[in-house]
Write a protein that binds this ligand. Structure first.
Ligand code: XCC
Ligand code: SF4
Length: 631
């Protein structure tokens, strides 16, 4: 089945049935046990910011409690709850990035963390104004740049360095609207302060500050994370991979890498090639060691090493339910606390590694940036020695997997675009061909489709439906996170997917030899999308908000995604959310999000749960932008 364009994920049902037979519990069991989820929480009108509460106010202005004990009304309560999601989302991305920067600070010629992309190191160092960036000794420069990046988290003055990438018009908007982010930690701390009991109550001010905090993620933490990971681990290049649970190989020792931080994953990738460990696996009766990725770690590893993608967010339990995973090793974010218990229904060992995300219930092997390989080797040895404990009667790996092309960093995308120009007569190495294709109408526009899965909607359905609708209408899609993995499993990340496109996009794909949906990486790599869009805007001399480009998160669930939506809106792109955030309890706040914010940033949040309708709205949006540009 591996070569067909798959219709969504047809294996979930079989594995859920298997789980029941094995006596294992899944997210769907727990969702059912919760019965009706809390309506006040859902509307964002429950406040428990202080211990006079919790105060649940009425969603209706005509009846019920209108204010909490302190007098906060529904607008304030909703705004504060929303703001705190932005804080947490920004913290998660940026704090994971801090670890990447620390790894770069510890990099050395003969240590486990090395500089692989010296050119990129020098380029970013020069961009940030480091003197003699082209001549300094590599590691001295890397350490200087890392220290500078650490200051981006806590510098007392100034705004984020990467803002200068944006078109001047955008930078002016950020200045004028007071959403140019200062130090990342400062933005989070100050917004936590603002939303403390008895501080800000003005929803407009709270939203504005939420945007600024989220901006410190998109143009700060996340962008640093992407660029610095590239410097250390390599700029992703086009490469083939495979995706879906079928990449788990019953004949090998399977290690499932799940989480977000490339530091751990890179070390496991290195250690898994250690001949001694492979020999050890063979002695245990396995054919070898098979590392597979889940969620964003999966994205990072497939982009840089072609490591196969086992699945996205909602499949983390299913991977274990196959009965063929020796070790599930995790670092931070999006890891169900349910996994250790689930693992006990099988032979799987669950290993958490980060002091920031110590998960109770099975093993903990701390990952230490000063001696990273020892953790990685211990994880692999544990997996190898666990192979013999497999219960053959419980092994059932679905045979489903799809071929996939990944690796579209900005650099690689520009390289692919060079294939559509005449290298003798035209400039190469720029985004000009992309702008030309859009301006000529061959491509109507572009959409960044990102984010998670959410059991409130049928998994992967909204992602895939939206992507298919858009490519049919000649809108090229760039994808990250679990949306990218949904695309991978559905066969949208391969050249043959051009058959699903409109004429223009199909032709562009043929000329550039790319799929119509481009895998740009993990969620922090949404900064790659921002960067690409920025380059196109700069090349055309327009503002980002003028481009026929949108953002979408059809199935998101995490606080990180709320921060992402907020920095994408702040960057000037309308952002289509398929799941309602907890704001419906305040009509005023909703209005600010869907209309008011447009006056500040030129873009807004759009709520639409039906992907077909969302696609229609996006097409109208894109055509409207084109008309205004006169193209
Ligand atoms: Fe997590 Fe990044 Fe969401 Fe997937 S897309 S569920 S955040 S792994 Ni980021
Ligand atoms: Fe209630 Fe106000 Fe305290 Fe919130 S801050 S819990 S609304 S008293």
């Amino acid at each position: 089945m591996s070569n067909e364009l798959l219709e969504f994920d047809v294996i979930a049902e079989a594995l859920i049935e298997k789980a029941q037979k094995d006596g294992a519990e899944t997210m769907w069991d727990r969702k059912a046990a919760l019965k009706t989820q809390c309506g006040f929480g859902e509307a964002g009108i429950c406040c428990r910011i202080c211990v006079m509460g919790p105060c649940r106010v009425s969603p209706s202005p005509d009846k019920g409690a209108q204010r909490g004990i302190c007098g906060a009304d529904r607008d304030t309560i909703v705004a504060r709850n929303f703001a705190r999601m932005c804080c947490a989302g920004t913290s998660a991305h940026s704090d994971h990035v801090r670890d990447i920067v620390h790894a770069m600070y510890h990099s050395s010629e003969d240590g486990p963390f090395k500089i692989r992309e010296e050119g990129k190191l020098r380029k970013i160092a020069a961009e940030w104004g480091i003197e003699e960036a082209d001549t300094k000794e590599t590691y001295a420069l890397a350490h200087e740049l890392a220290e500078m990046a650490l200051m981006e988290f806590g510098k007392p003055f100034g705004t984020q360095n990467f803002l200068k990438r944006a078109p001047e018009s955008r930078q002016e908007i950020w200045e004028k609207e007071n959403i140019a982010p200062r130090a990342i930690d400062q933005e989070v701390v100050t917004l936590m302060h603002s939303t403390h009991m008895g501080c800000a109550s003005d929803p407009e001010s709270i939203l504005r500050r939420s945007l600024r905090t989220s901006m410190s993620d998109g143009w700060g933490g996340s962008m640093i994370g992407t660029e610095f990971s590239d410097i250390m681990y390599g700029v992703p290049k086009e490469r083939a991979s495979e995706s879906n649970l079928g990449v788990i190989d019953p004949e090998q020792v399977n290690i499932m890498l799940h989480g977000h931080d490339p530091n751990l994953a890179e070390m496991i990738a290195v250690a898994s090639k250690n001949p001694e460990l492979i020999e050890m696996a063979k002695e245990q009766g396995a054919k070898g060691i098979n590392v597979v990725g889940m969620c964003c770690t999966g994205n990072e590893m497939t982009m840089r090493h072609g490591i196969k993608i086992a699945g996205n967010f909602y499949q983390q339990e299913m991977a274990i339910i196959t009965g063929a995973v020796e070790v599930a090793v995790v670092d931070v974010q999006c890891i169900f606390p349910a996994l250790p218990k689930l693992a006990k229904s099988y032979h799987t060992r669950f290993i958490s590694t980060s002091p920031k995300a110590k998960i109770a219930g099975d093993m903990y092997i701390e990952f230490n940036e000063e001696d990273p390989l020892s953790c990685a080797e211990e994880v692999i040895k544990t997996a190898v020695m666990n192979f013999k404990n497999r219960d053959a009667s419980k092994v059932d790996v679905p045979e489903l997997k799809a071929e996939t092309i990944v690796g579209y960093s900005v650099e690689t995308t520009i390289g692919a675009l060079d294939r559509v120009v005449n290298s003798q007569t035209d400039v190469t190495g720029t985004v000009k061909p992309l702008g030309d294709l859009v301006w000529a109408g061959v491509l109507r526009g572009a959409a960044g489709i990102v984010g998670c899965n959410n059991p409130k909607v049928e998994h992967d359905y909204a992602h895939i439906t939206l992507m298919k609708e858009l490519i049919k209408n000649d809108v090229i899609c760039v994808v990250t996170g679990c949306a990218a993995q949904a695309a991978a499993k559905a066969g949208l990340l391969k050249l043959e997917a051009k058959e699903l496109c409109g004429r223009g996009l199909k032709e562009a794909c043929e000329r550039a030899n790319i799929p119509p949906v481009l895998h740009m990486g993990s969620c922090v790599d949404i900064s790659r999308i921002l960067h690409l869009v920025t380059l196109v805007a700069n090349e055309r001399g327009v503002d980002i908000a003028e481009l026929p480009v949108v953002g979408a998160a059809p199935e998101y669930m995490s606080e990180k995604a709320v921060a992402i939506a907020s920095y994408v809106v702040s960057s000037g792109l309308n952002t289509y959310l398929g799941v309602m955030p907890y704001v419906s309890g305040s009509e005023n706040f909703m209005k600010l999000m869907t209309e008011g914010v447009k006056e500040w940033t030129g873009a807004a949040y759009v709520f639409e749960s039906d992907p077909i309708k969302a696609a229609e709205l996006i097409m109208a949006d894109i055509e409207d932008k084109r008309t205004k540009l006169g193209i």
